[in-house]
Design a protein around this ligand. Structure first.
Ligand code: PDD
Length: 282
């Protein structure tokens, strides 16, 4: 498969793609990103991802590197040139490259990189059996709602999960509440059968998948509550699951080694995943 990337106006083979070492994304994590799923050659939920990109850029006063109108053309072109039909596109915008100095540099263009790779969804076994999560302190900065590339705390939490043989780390704040996962949003189904997930405030990244799942649940008449839940509540929940663009929805069957409910994926997660797949298929 040809791997073609876009770097500031040029389509180049991925192996030749490069940014200046003084790109502010490298030195200050002064950059934002999006991961967009591609299914059947089509970029999914494009407008929602561009809306969120716009919010991240605005929050950091980074200018759009190209107009929003042009972004779908570049994304489509990278997918086409890379013959990407099923996988993801990665898009990163930094404030640009300038002599290293903390304040915003004047008069430099922001920088845009896009590339993609083929990726399969979760295995049949992961869907049938569910996955395990561990809990870790939420050590991120206080604005994880902005999708910046400053992901070190997320990386450390995910590595801890991997070393513990778990799929994901659920991040826990000072009040014992689960905010979200290192790269996924977190949900439980409480004793009354309500889907519960942390509200979209400054403490979590507002996932595109999360938002679409909640819309589908509402339309299907499923009960839900956007409120924080504690680790204790999650451990006593009927069901738990997580979501992201890359996995859609995955059932969570163990938290810190203890089974959730009967330790098997539950009916609410299965129903929502089916609704979501049906929507994506359209
Ligand atoms: N992660 N929370 C965090 C901290 C995330 O990094 C992500 C996405 C999500 C889910 O968002 P969405 O449904 O829009 O994918 C929630 C991407 C996939 C990543 O960094 O690879």
């Amino acid at each position: 498969m040809p791997r073609i990337s876009y770097v500031n106006g040029l389509y180049v083979p991925l192996r030749d793609a490069a940014l200046p070492i003084e790109d502010r994304g490298c030195q200050f994590a002064d950059a934002v990103y999006e991961v967009l799923p591609v299914a059947g050659g089509r970029v999914c939920h494009l407008e929602q991802h561009l809306d969120r990109l716009g919010r991240s850029l605005a929050a950091l006063s980074i200018a759009w590197p190209v107009s929003r109108r042009v972004m779908p053309v570049i994304l489509g072109e990278v997918a086409r040139r890379s013959r990407l039909t099923d996988g993801v596109l990665y898009l990163q915008v930094s404030r640009g490259a300038a002599h290293r100095s903390h304040p915003f540099p004047a008069g430099i263009p922001s920088s845009l990189v896009v590339y993609g790779w083929p990726q399969k969804g979760p295995s049949a076994a992961m869907l049938a059996e569910g996955v395990a999560v561990i809990t870790r302190p939420d050590e991120r900065w206080r604005r994880p709602d902005i999708k910046t590339v400053g992901l070190l705390a997320n990386v450390l939490a995910r590595q801890a999960a991997k070393e513990a043989g778990a799929y994901e780390a659920w991040l826990v704040n000072g009040e014992g509440q689960v905010t979200e996962g290192s790269a996924t949003n977190a949900f439980i189904v409480d004793a009354e059968g309500r889907i519960v997930t942390h509200p979209t405030d400054s403490h979590i990244l507002g996932g595109v998948t999360r938002s679409n799942l909640l819309d589908l649940a509402r339309r299907a008449g499923m009960a839900l509550a956007e409120r924080p839940f504690t680790v204790a509540e999650a451990s006593a929940a009927r069901e738990a699951f997580l979501s992201s663009s890359t996995v859609m929805l995955l059932p969570v069957v163990r938290i810190d080694g203890r089974p959730v409910g009967d330790g098997r994926p539950g009916p609410v997660a299965a129903r929502l995943r089916a609704l979501y797949q049906e929507m994506r298929g359209r």
